[in-house]
Design a protein around this ligand. Structure first.
Ligand SMILES: [Zn+2]
Length: 345
């Protein structure tokens, strides 16, 4: 089959398209003919590699994907050949205490599709049956590929970790990113007031259309924390901050919070090291929580909201398979707003 792979860690230039070995499925697995794959920042991290990551080469990347079931293992009972499906990209053993307690992200065998095993940027990919979800006939395969990783991540951050309530004020950095644009929609659906930041006038307009109540262009307003505290929240501060940016925003996030507020972090696209004024944390009794991906229950819950059109992914561009390098470059482009897909077949 054709796949997007690398033989050596590095950067986008190490990415190749070509023939890779066909996949064989285990009795509990499903083989899916890929229709669309979606890009995530995770793809960059896998291409670059990290200490301790030891992959068999060639390695096929890609975490999100949708398609048609081509083959099922002998133990598979809930999915049939021909089904239109999407996947939960979080893979775990499914049997340990953590998995059975809804904490599969703590499973010793937890990984995201495309991290340790071959991903979705290929003509076929395989998944354990428990990660495969049938999609309604009227739901598009484009949207089905665009949603899982980012909407699942944002859903767990807001619902499980931040315990969002109607009336909360939620601050979301970098509205053009996949997790952030999902978080804006979820926070509005659950009755919150949303303040978001982004980087260009065009993206300010798009963020407002997504439902954000207040949008700040952080290029024009460098120190927006005072403005948010005094003007927008009338010296109250915000209840929840969603931060996937890391180094550049982390201190601002802490300053933005009201006493007792919650900062939820799921990533650090500008770097993971930051100097923090610890006094702000203990004086304000802040909670700082990490979050990555989500469990199967959260996956099914957020996908139902998507299937019922309560939430809707923003798809920015769809690139053909052959233009994968252009697609990866566009992921870091300031103009990007929403998900980038690759059309596989
Ligand atoms: Zn487990």
């Amino acid at each position: 089959m054709k796949g997007v792979f690398f033989n050596e860690h590095g950067n986008i230039n190490n990415i190749q398209i070509g023939e890779v070995n066909d996949l064989r499925i285990s009795p509990n697995e499903v083989l899916i003919e890929t229709k669309f794959s979606a890009l995530n920042h995770l793809d960059f991290f896998v291409i670059k590699g990290w200490p301790g990551l030891s992959l068999q080469k060639p390695h096929v990347i890609g975490a999100d994907g949708s398609g048609i079931v081509k083959e099922i293992g002998s133990e598979v009972s809930t999915i049939q050949v021909g089904d239109r499906v999407t996947i939960n990209p979080g893979i775990s053993c499914g049997k340990c205490y953590n998995c059975l307690s809804g904490n599969q992200v703590f499973c010793n065998f937890f990984s995201i599709k495309g991290e340790h095993e071959w991903g979705t940027f290929a003509e076929f990919f395989k998944m354990p049956e428990i990660n495969v979800l049938k999609i309604p006939n009227e739901y598009s395969l484009e949207k089905a590929a665009a949603t899982p990783l980012t909407f699942l991540t944002a859903y767990r951050m807001l619902i499980t970790q931040a315990i969002i309530k109607p009336g909360h004020i939620v601050f979301i950095h970098g509205a053009g990113g996949g997790v952030s644009s999902a978080a804006i929609q979820i926070a509005k659906l659950f009755g919150a007031t949303v303040i978001a930041t982004t980087s260009t006038p065009l993206k300010v307009e798009k963020t407002k259309k997504l439902g954000a109540d207040y949008v700040i262009n952080y290029r024009e307003m460098k120190d927006y924390t005072k403005y948010v505290y005094i003007e927008l929240t009338k010296r109250r501060g915000v209840d929840i901050v969603i931060d996937s940016i890391g180094n550049v925003t982390f201190n601002k996030s802490i300053r933005l919070l009201k006493p007792g507020g919650r900062l939820i972090t799921c990533g650090a696209t500008t770097g993971p090291i930051s100097e923090i004024n610890i006094a702000n944390i203990f004086w304000k009794h802040l909670e700082i929580k990490g979050s990555t991906m989500g469990n199967q229950g959260e996956f099914h819950a957020v996908m139902q909201l998507l299937f019922n059109s309560k939430l809707d992914p923003i798809i920015d561009k769809i690139f053909p398979f052959e233009k994968i390098r252009d697609a990866l470059r566009y992921l870091s482009d300031e103009k990007r707003f929403g998900k980038i897909l690759i059309k596989i077949s």
